[in-house]
Write a protein that binds this ligand. Sequence first.
Ligand code: TTP
Ligand code: MG
Length: 367
Amino acid sequence: MLVDLDYFFAQLEELRNPSLKKRPLVVCVYSGRTEDSGAVSTANYLAREFGVKSGMPIFRAKKKLENNDAVFLPVDYDFYEEMCEKVMKIFRKHAGRFEQVGIDEAYLDVTDKTSGRFEDARALASEIKKELKVVLRLTCSIGIGPNKLVAKIAADIQKPDGVTVVEPPQVESFLSPLSTEKLIGVGVKTREKMQALGIHTIGDLAKFDVQKLIATYGKTLGTYFHNASLGIDDEPVEERGEAESFSRISTLKQNTRDLNTIFERVTPLCNNIHDTIMKEKLLFRTIGIIAVMDDLSTHTRSKTLESPSNNLELMFNIVRELFGKFLKETDREVRRVGIRVSNFTKEEIGQKQLTSFIERKSDFSTV
Ligand code: TTP
Ligand code: MG
């Protein structure tokens, strides 16, 4: 199964302000240069009816929605990330193996849970959608297929709030009429090159001589395109443990280069991540910082420890050290700051260690 939230950032904005549902809504990444410079992050389906799309310049979206009572909001990543964690928790529960692949997408291997029966998988999809609706009041679309490639393409067929099931005997006829750009790895350039060879649909690609594909794209890519066109894919759903990384990011009240101001802002983020890590009984090895500058460029730095730890004080020291070093490498002011902790191992923590952690933590909560 591939589960993908519908118009995710815009749906989240509607969630906290339901009156927006009746209006075209556009979530924007403002670059700050002029009032309307920047790009559309996403839009609700009402706005999409006017041709508004992710990636479009904001001024163009405004033109398309002129006199239509549209709302334009800036992105609020803190809120989206918080909701993303809640959403993924629900999905994860229903999967034998689980792999998150984007902020609003995840693969769920449900083979064992459904004994490989597609009808059971369809029922499970309804159950997941219902839980998402009841608990978080959100909708998603789900694609079900014999592998990740088919599931991913199927999820895109009925949106929003859809379920599309493609059983093995239907795979070829399902893929055949679709454009080659539906396949992962086929971008604008590859598609144009394929068109020059007379390949427009996935069906054309399936019929194309595999040796000629290899001659054009090399062995790895040529073979991949050939197999993909036939819906052949044996990539496993990659279970990444409880979580691959935890990150928190927050916007400063004012752009700054002052290390103490930055540290003050990241302290609650460290505390918050550390709480999660302790709840999940994890040890981390890598600590990273995220800095979004006044020109909206994003920078990351990280440090990996020799042995796993759950020490909050150590986390603080490294975060401070990394920001200190980073500020020396740039003249720009920082606009948003974040931290990312990763490289986890799950280990039972001894009682003694746990107690000393709680003491340390209470020291810091007064900072
Ligand atoms: P998508 O799942 O691609 O899009 P979506 O959830 O908004 O809409 P759909 O109903 O078609 O699934 O992306 C998830 C989020 O990622 C999206 O809500 C906003 C963000 N995003 C961008 O910021 N820029 C982009 O160009 C894209 C494609 C997505
Ligand atoms: Mg989506």
